[in-house]
Write a protein that binds this ligand. Structure first.
Ligand code: SAM
Length: 272
């Protein structure tokens, strides 16, 4: 770092590890993340956790409007000052989980974020509440990215995979080494793109029950579905078998092999 860089760095707010702060500076990687959003220039973009604004800087020229939600007061202040003259960007100093994204955008929107790892899953689900974004690109822990996109029957497939894939198409785009961040996290990262489905597997009124069911089922990951249904719904074996037959699911199948569609079928076959 040269003298100017050192002076600049000394003016930056202290790194708050408790807020999952790992900053990315590599222009090539930042460009690839922005590219993955496929912006035409007409979109309203919501950025989660802009931090020191490295990704913000790349997104802003490609967005019609940018809302950057940052919880750290000092960083939000830094960005407010930096962009004081720019009407296209608003810094929202809030906990992203307390912000209704659709309301903030006021219409169609897309989401981008190098998200804090301590609340990755809540953020992913928050980004899937209605009205959903047209698409979202997140930088997350590599292991989480692999779970998001995992197919039924693989080792990584779990509640997160089934819940995301029930409402969206997800792809892992590329991996990022820990050394690309400052300070470096302990784990590798990866970029995922999540595109909500126009015809999701699960209807709006089924979403909560589906999530509870899938979460519960993976609590019995190694058990057969007959046992899983009996335990989760407190039903006897004959009822569990009826449900499984109606949903056309093998009673000896294990949760880790069931696609989101099959979980949805089971839920719909549940006796009232
Ligand atoms: N986007 C920046 C970059 O790529 O260099 C920073 C990424 S850093 C991994 C995550 C950012 O999310 C930090 O700036 C942190 O302060 C912010 N953050 C943490 N918890 C948050 C929350 N609940 N709501 C909004 N922002 C949060």
């Amino acid at each position: 770092m040269d003298d100017a860089g050192r002076r600049d760095a000394s003016r930056l707010p202290p790194v708050r590890k408790s807020l999952g702060q790992h900053f990315l500076n590599d222009p090539r990687i930042l460009g690839r993340i922005a590219d993955a959003l496929e912006l035409s220039g007409a979109e309203v973009v919501i950025e989660i956790g802009p931090g020191r604004g490295a990704l913000t800087e790349v997104l802003l020229p490609r967005a019609r409007r940018l809302y950057a939600i940052e919880y750290d007061r000092a960083l939000a202040e830094l960005l407010r000052r930096r962009y004081a003259e720019d009407a296209r960007i608003t810094i929202v100093e809030r906990d992203v989980l307390q912000v209704n994204l659709g309301e903030l955008a006021g219409g169609p929107y897309v989401v981008a974020g190098n998200v804090p790892y301590y609340i990755t899953t809540p953020i992913l689900f928050h980004g899937l509440t209605r009205p959903r974004p047209d698409r979202a690109v997140y930088l997350v822990q590599r292991e989480v990215a692999e779970r998001i996109v995992a197919a039924a029957g693989t080792r990584e497939y779990g509640a997160l995979s089934a819940n995301v894939q029930a409402v969206a198409a997800a792809e892992l785009l590329f991996r990022i080494p820990a050394g690309a961040f400052h300070p470096a996290p302990k784990v590798e990262s990866a970029v995922v793109r999540i595109v909500p489905l126009s015809d999701p597997v699960v209807r709006t009124d089924e979403e909560d029950a589906f999530r509870t069911f899938v979460q519960g089922a993976f609590g019995f990951r190694r058990k057969q579905m007959r046992r899983v249904l009996r335990a989760l719904w407190d039903v006897d074996a004959s009822v569990a078998d009826e449900v499984l037959a109606k949903a056309e699911v093998d009673p000896t199948a294990r949760p880790e092999t069931l696609s989101p569609e099959r979980f949805a079928r089971l839920l719909r076959a549940r006796p009232r």
